[in-house]
Design a protein around this ligand. Structure first.
Ligand code: HEM
Length: 448
């Protein structure tokens, strides 16, 4: 049996045994258009704490319409999708200390990107958030009503403070024939979420069942690359670290920069020059191999010289076995944009409006080691061959870093001035507990 098939089979066996106990979003995205993230600080009053614990137990074990969705149960569009994550403060709030030292330490210490400029980035952390609740639904009205009722319950009945609320919305491109719906796009208009690891057999296939190609680069990964064993006195349970960072995107600046570059490089259309920034054209086709079909969107390495070294996807993942870092990205865009109804059904992002602020990416990534996230960031900020225009300037890099673009007719053009496209606003490190964790929650936590 081919090794990837064996890994996918092992993952499926593992998820057969544990998929009911693992929160859904890590291995199967919620796939809903609207998401709402509630950042909560629970009350220290004992009676409130007891009520909070009782309610979280209900969310862990209650009726389907109000329950944390597990991997195995992630199949309903009717009910609101709920997942819950905790901070280091949150774990301690419930009395988790002994046996949990390493997890708590990691959550607190691995945040070098946030410490860089305390006054600007650390707001969320100063508010002592305990938990983040993700709610998602295909229907916006339904989501608002569910999230308001949960907010009211936590604040009015259990004395919690709603420190912050973030609303995510999924924008798409026009769909192409093999797709059920158009690809998800980030605010600069590029298809996103294309290269997440393959965990189960279906991830490795197109919608029509055709296997995705993997001759040059194989996205197959083991579930264990993303989860950690949860300290527990019972049977094995599993959790994961979830890194949250909020990035603002300046779409106007991106658009202006692409127009300038289009002129400087002898007339590349601005979308084409933008593809050098990301390493993929807008529909997701890699610059490295523009002829690949959808089934081979990820089956490439960097050996043709077409993709600049500084391109976001090349910096983030140079596709070199020795430098392989595994992460599952589950970000969602935030901020209102116009959309156009398409002739093939659905809506696509209207790129005519170019906001300067208030739009961006709520970046969420599941990792079994927060260092993995920090390593990718460090790689993106490395000045060798130019920093990543997307992540290279989010904190403390030289704004005059040079990027070399090919000229349309001959040679190349050196350009300084890619800073200011993306800004890191705030962030927090989270832990995604197992569902058993919530089902067995009690006043003094559990010790191993
Ligand atoms: C505003 C912020 C960001 C934007 C607009 C953005 C956009 C994109 C886009 C369009 C892609 C190509 C689609 C895909 O391969 O899935 C991509 C890929 C990727 N991004 Fe980002 N991203 C952002 C932040 C981040 C952050 C913070 C990290 C991690 C530190 C990251 C890591 C990656 C990785 C690992 C890939 C896949 C590369 C590959 O395997 O080929 N991105 N991103």
């Amino acid at each position: 049996m081919d090794n990837s098939i064996r890994i996918l089979k092992d993952n499926e066996d593992f998820l057969e045994d544990h998929g009911k106990d693992i929160q859904a979003h890590i291995f199967s995205p919620h796939r809903k258009r609207y998401a709402s993230y509630l950042f909560l600080k629970f009350s220290d009053v004992l009676a409130n704490k007891e009520k909070t614990i009782n309610f979280l137990k209900i969310l862990g074990d209650g009726e389907k319409k109000l329950r944390i969705v597990s991997f195995q149960e992630n199949n309903s569009n009717k009910h609101v999708f709920i997942n819950i994550y905790l901070t280091a403060d949150g774990l301690e709030y419930f009395g988790f200390k002994e046996g949990w030292e390493e997890i708590i330490n990691n959550l607190r210490s691995k945040k070098e990107d946030l410490l860089f400029d305390e006054s600007r980035h650390n707001q969320l952390e100063q508010m002592n958030v305990h938990a983040v609740i993700l709610l998602a639904h295909e229907n916006k009205t339904e989501l608002i009503s569910r999230s308001e009722s949960l907010k009211n319950r936590f604040s009015n009945k259990y004395g919690a403070i709603i420190v912050e609320k973030e609303n995510g919305i999924t924008y798409r491109r026009k769909k192409i024939p093999n797709q059920q719906r158009g690809s998800v796009v980030e605010h600069f208009g590029y298809a996103d979420g294309l290269s997440n690891p393959w965990i189960i057999g279906n991830d490795a296939k197109l919608k029509d069942g055709t296997p995705k190609s993997k001759t040059h680069w194989d996205l197959t990964a083991s579930v264990h690359d993303f989860i950690i064993p949860e300290p527990s006195i019972d049977d094995p349970h599993f959790g994961s670290y979830l890194v949250y960072r909020k990035f603002e995107q300046n779409v106007k600046e991106f658009d202006d920069t692409m127009k300038t570059l289009s002129t400087k490089t002898g007339g590349y259309p601005k979308d084409e020059i933008g593809s050098f920034v990301f390493g993929r054209i807008k529909n997701g086709t890699p610059v490295e191999d523009p002829n690949v079909l959808e089934k081979a969107y990820n089956d490439f390495k960097y050996d043709t010289g077409k993709c600049p070294f500084f391109a976001h996807i090349r910096k983030a993942n140079p596709r070199d076995e020795k430098e392989k870092i595994k992460m599952i990205r589950r970000g969602i865009t935030y901020g209102e944009r116009d959309e156009i109804e398409t002739s093939v059904g659905g809506y696509e992002l209207d790129e005519k409006s170019v906001p300067k602020e208030e739009v961006g990416l709520l970046f969420f990534s599941f990792v079994n080691n927060i260092d993995n996230f920090q390593k990718v960031l460090r790689r993106c900020r490395d000045k060798k061959n130019g920093v990543d225009p997307i992540l290279g300037y989010i904190y403390g890099s030289d704004p005059l870093s040079t990027h070399t673009f090919p000229h349309k007719t001959e040679g190349s053009v050196a350009y300084k001035g890619m800073a200011g496209l993306v800004d890191l606003k705030e962030g927090i490190n989270l832990y995604m507990p197992s569902i058993h964790f919530f089902q067995t929650l009690h006043l003094n936590g559990v010790t191993v």
